[in-house]
Design a protein around this ligand. Structure first.
Ligand code: FAD
Ligand code: NAG
Ligand code: NAG
Ligand code: NAG
Ligand code: NAG
Ligand code: NAG
Ligand code: NAG
Ligand code: NAG
Ligand code: NAG
Ligand code: NAG
Ligand code: NAG
Ligand code: NAG
Length: 549
């Protein structure tokens, strides 16, 4: 009897081993077939050794690492892709989409790799990365005041090529030059020109996208709903953007920047409190953001809080001084605090770069471990609440934590919430970015720092937007909710979806249902199609089809 049981058990074990090795062999086989799909189709148009990187390729790790900007997702335990494709032309993207779809390999699309949660280069299932670093041309049309920008270009490249053609054309996007336009424009994209000109995504006038069927679509052929969705709705849910066309903006020959630091001993608390009433309402040519951090005081070396008021004014220093005298004299701005320069010089000044040529460098100089979160403020916060924030900032070492307050108002209040999927417009005083950056390796340090930022976020709950507690998609934060693996439910996605998109979430779901009903383009925070899971797998021939809109 006993013998029978053991033999049965071992039979079962054997069976299990056999099955699992069979499925392992089957998946290895499928992976080979997938890779041969890629190489056989790509070799006609290119030298595949410049486009396909598998783990056996000596350059695989350096290509993977090059724009993996967050060390939290470059550890030995981090899952790695079966292959990295670095397309040189759109047909390479089409082939990759077709092969991935045929062999059910998830795609992660990477332009600049700045996603705060690493979604552009990490997945928990077998996956391939399409890395657009070699599709980064920028062509500026000065007459038409437009530019075609390939998705793999960085903001630095965009700014460089605009300035190369004109000293009075500019573009209103983010501050850090290594950020990629593929992700940045897809999620909105704000910078120092936001109050006067709005977001990067507000200026997109055309786009080229490779869809789930491998077709190349432009504004006309993709239709107005999809063109709406990719301007702020996170394009990775809808396809692969290969290029954007944007309207450029006109700026004067001279703009002005200033930076004023105030510690608690210099009335920082009062000034930050006052800033909330002024910065969102002041002349839209002026953008004053505030960096809050804990520092060693330069006066007595004691720990204190510093508020660093950093501004760009679209105009000259005289107008700026009189404006500040009228509206924010408490800050004590004087001529010596101000620098007049060209717009491109202001880009360098505000980032801390040295030469305009540095803007072409794709490398992000501050790679580290980091975690960010974001909030929107609609009612001014009291001084005593700021004092509570200072206590929490003191819990961490200096040079580790930062809170950035970005004023809204100006043109941001005039654009409707549904014009593009980015919904955070009128009614917001400012946007808060919470940031913690650390160098120590390992999960203990990581947990400690992440717990700290979650504690700060919790403390802020009563003082920021609620129902929903809004968040900025480009400040990706998986804490606010994720899709189930392989089962993206509408209800579950709505939890984080309404925070990023408010009411626009529903329209994004409709567009997704129309253009990618099988949910091929998916990730932890992709827009779900509105089908039951078992229908999702059936594919494109869904009976609901076009009627849903
Ligand atoms: C140092 C730093 C500074 C920043 N400064 C600002 C700022 O000033 N203003 C601001 O608004 N934001 C800022 N951000 C946030 C930034 O806008 C987002 O992280 C943005 O998504 C980055 O785009 P990317 O192409 O570099 O990132 P990636 O990691 O490559 O992509 C981000 C997301 O977009 C998807 N994606 C990328 N390319 C494509 C494509 N071609 N087609 C479809 N989907 C694509 C990815 O799959 C991923 O989901 C900053 C981030 C960092 C790390
Ligand atoms: C690419 O080359 C393969 C093999 O050489 C051939 O079978 C295939 O038809 C070619 N594809 C195209 C699009 O030219
Ligand atoms: C293909 O690219 C590799 C790596 O860049 C290079 O060494 C090789 O000479 C190229 N082959 C051809 C045929 O151009
Ligand atoms: C990845 O890049 C970082 C910094 O850019 C570097 O320190 C590290 O050695 C690189 N790792 C690999 C495997 O290339
Ligand atoms: C692709 O981009 C990388 C990084 O910018 C560069 O080193 C490489 O030469 C490029 N390859 C091609 C084929 O353009
Ligand atoms: C524009 O770029 C060209 C080629 O790189 C360079 O020679 C020229 O000096 C640049 N002009 C300006 C105004 O930056
Ligand atoms: C303000 O503080 C920042 C960060 O501590 C520092 O880099 C900068 O030099 C200071 N600026 C001025 C004008 O004091
Ligand atoms: C701080 O503010 C108070 C009251 O507004 C004022 O009397 C004092 O001079 C200020 N201190 C500094 C250092 O500016
Ligand atoms: C700025 O000052 C002017 C002149 O006193 C005033 O009309 C305007 O309302 C003020 N704006 C703000 C935002 O306080
Ligand atoms: C800040 O002060 C602490 C305590 O005096 C000291 O240990 C630390 O090195 C200082 N940090 C910097 C960056 O000056
Ligand atoms: C700085 O800190 C020391 C030690 O805590 C304290 O004795 C001293 O009064 C502080 N200085 C100032 C100006 O607050
Ligand atoms: C999929 O998600 C829905 C809603 O969250 C849930 O009811 C269902 O059980 C899930 N199915 C699977 C297979 O996880």
């Amino acid at each position: 009897m006993l013998k029978m049981i053991t033999s049965r058990a071992s039979l079962l074990l054997l069976c299990f081993l056999f099955l699992s090795s069979l499925s392992w062999a089957a998946s290895a086989h499928a992976n080979e077939a997938f890779l041969s799909c890629l190489s056989s189709q790509l070799q006609n148009s290119t030298n595949i050794s410049q486009v396909i990187y598998t783990p056996s390729n000596p350059s695989y790790l350096s290509v993977l690492n090059f724009s993996a900007q967050n060390f939290r997702f470059t550890t030995l335990d981090t899952p790695r892709p079966l292959v990295i494709i670095t397309p040189l032309q759109e047909s390479h993207i089409q082939i990759t989409v077709n092969c991935c779809r045929k062999y059910d390999i998830e795609i992660r699309i990477r332009s600049g790799g700045h996603d705060y949660e690493g979604l552009s280069y990490v997945a928990q299932v077998p996956f391939a990365i399409i890395d657009l670093r070699n599709m980064s041309s920028v062509s500026v049309d000065v007459e038409e005041k437009t530019a075609w920008i390939q998705a793999g270009a960085t903001l630095g490249q965009v700014y460089y090529y605009i300035a190369n053609k004109s000293s009075t054309l500019a573009f209103p996007a983010g501050i850090c030059p290594s950020v990629g336009v593929g992700g940045h424009f897809s999620g909105g994209g704000y910078g120092m020109l936001m109050r006067k000109f709005g977001l990067a995504a507000d200026h997109i006038i055309d786009a080229r996208l490779i869809d789930v069927n491998g077709r190349i679509l432009n504004r006309k052929s993709m239709g107005k709903d999809l063109f709406w969705a990719i301007r702020g709705g996170g394009s990775a849910s809808f396809g692969v953007i290969s290029a954007w066309k944007v309207n450029l903006i006109t700026v004067p020959e001279t703009v002005t920047v200033f930076r004023i630091n105030k510690t608690l001993e210099q009335n920082a608390t009062t000034l930050v409190h006052q800033w909330q009433y002024i910065a969102p309402k002041i002349d839209e040519n002026l953008f004053i953001r505030v960096f809050l951090s804990n520092v060693n005081s330069s006066i007595d070396g004691n720990k204190t809080i510093q508020a660093s008021f950093t501004a760009l004014f679209v105009g000259g220093v005289d107008d700026l001084l009189s404006l500040m005298q009228d509206n924010f004299s408490e800050l004590g701005l004087v001529q010596e605090n101000c620098i007049e320069l060209t717009w491109i010089e202001s880009v360098l000044n505000l980032f801390g770069g040295e030469s305009v040529n540095n803007l072409l460098n794709r490398e992000f100089p501050f790679k580290s471990n980091y975690k960010l979160k974001s909030d929107y403020v609609k009612v001014p916060i009291s001084e005593s609440v700021f004092e509570g924030i200072w206590e929490i900032l003191y819990e961490e070492e200096i040079n580790v934590v930062l809170m950035v307050l970005n004023p809204y108002g100006g043109v941001m209040s005039k654009i409707s919430e549904s014009k593009i999927p980015f919904p955070h417009r009128a009614g917001n005083l400012y946007h808060i970015e919470y940031q913690i950056v650390w160098a120590e390796e390992g999960t203990t340090a990581s947990e400690r720092h992440i717990n700290w930022i979650r504690r700060l976020y919790k403390y802020m709950t009563p003082y920021v937007s609620m129902n929903p507690r809004e968040a900025y998609i480009n400040y990706r934060d998986l804490d606010i909710g994720v899709n189930n693996e392989g089962n993206t439910s509408y209800a579950q996605a709505g939890v984080w979806g309404t925070k990023y998109y408010k009411k626009n979430f529903n329209r994004l779901v409709k567009v997704k249902t129309l253009v990618d009903p099988s949910n091929f383009f998916r990730n932890e925070q992709s827009i779900p199609p509105k089908f039951l899971p078992w229908i999702q797998r059936i594919g494109d021939h869904s009976p609901m089809g076009k009627d849903i809109m």
